[in-house]
Design a protein around this ligand. Sequence first.
Ligand code: PMP
Length: 428
Amino acid sequence: MDQNEVLFDRAQESIPGGVNSPVRAFRSVGGAPRFIEKALGPHMFDIEGKRYIDYIGSWGPMILGHNNPKVIEAVKHAVDNGLSFGAPTKAEVLIAEEIKKLIPTIEEVRLVSSGTEAGMSAIRLARGYTGRNKIVKFEGCYHGHSDSLLVKGGSGQLTFGTPSSAGVPEAVTNDTIVLEYNNPQMIRELFDKQGDEIACVIVEAVAGNMNMVPATQEFLNAMREETAKHGAVLIVDEVMTGFRVALGGAQSVYGIDPDITMFGKVIGGGMPVAAFGGKRDIMNCVAPLGAVYQAGTLSGNPVAVACGLATLEEIKAPDFYKRLSAQAAKLVRGLGEAAKKHGVQFSAQSMGGMFGIYFRGSCPTSFKEVMECDGERFKTFFHAMLDNGVYLAPSIYEAGFVSITHDDSVIARTLEAADKAFAEVKRV
Ligand code: PMP
């Protein structure tokens, strides 16, 4: 047994499933997760000292690679000044101003500590602002684990409030309507019937929690038009896509104007910062100005905000997204070629520094098509890559992430590993 396996056994004695967030446990691919000791640039090192090329990037935040010197310096400087004050700081004003500059649809923004909090608060705000209860989400989209959002659609059907986690009362999800992703017709039909009861529509403009599935322009246009027509709020969840698919997020790629946007991941550069923000008249409904209550002991934490600010500073470098996108594109192109060489059904795509790999002939455009991906082949591929020093997300339902430190030599080493891994997939 290697040290990872030993520690995983030990972890399971004191932590549910041995992990503090479920997907880390390797449940769908089997085996023991790697316990990470340290990381640098594009690499992570486990407790055995084995090096991996990291394509998880802490599930999105590490766009600069691990331990960017400027970010670490900013964090150390903030630590020297104190860990938490529970009073406002100048850095919070600076980061709010920075977010507004980078995302022009934001007029005011409130910081929280996780994407879950951002989603939960955005929904409460939309309900408080409109005085309506019903919310609309899409099958396969994840917006954090707050009760009313933990609902998925059954078999692509329009589903009224079937909780998909135990412990969520039906009463809480009765007002959550789940529609098919990339189906504009369904949105129009729902709004025709019930438009005046709907508080908000919440969407990942590039879905990243059912692997990666970009929205179609028509789909996003339909929800923008219908929400505007019926006085409902459009919430775009950019926790994953914000500062990731482009400097201006997915909304800049599609040219959509959300009422509220959620941020997380990159905005904190690896520390717990998330946010929700948008139109001033809506945001002014939040306490202390308005009647929608929302608060947090560690919200706007000075160390976390320093990390976020330093990260935002770096991603503004000229050509940052051009370089990042080029590396992700090289990766998916190379993977496609390697799969073809070995005769494995495979497809892949990227947007900015985010990518999806699929064991099916073409990139999926819906939840149903994602479900058609070959999980067994992925499992073989995943473990072969891991054995060859490449750490991919341990699930077919997760997107992957490239950092600015994934240079040509890192991509080349990844593709060498992939050549062996596809050969293995073909053999099994
Ligand atoms: N929204 C999206 C789109 C996400 O990808 C995630 C996390 N993967 C969340 C919300 C929840 O964020 P957190 O894990 O920080 O609560």
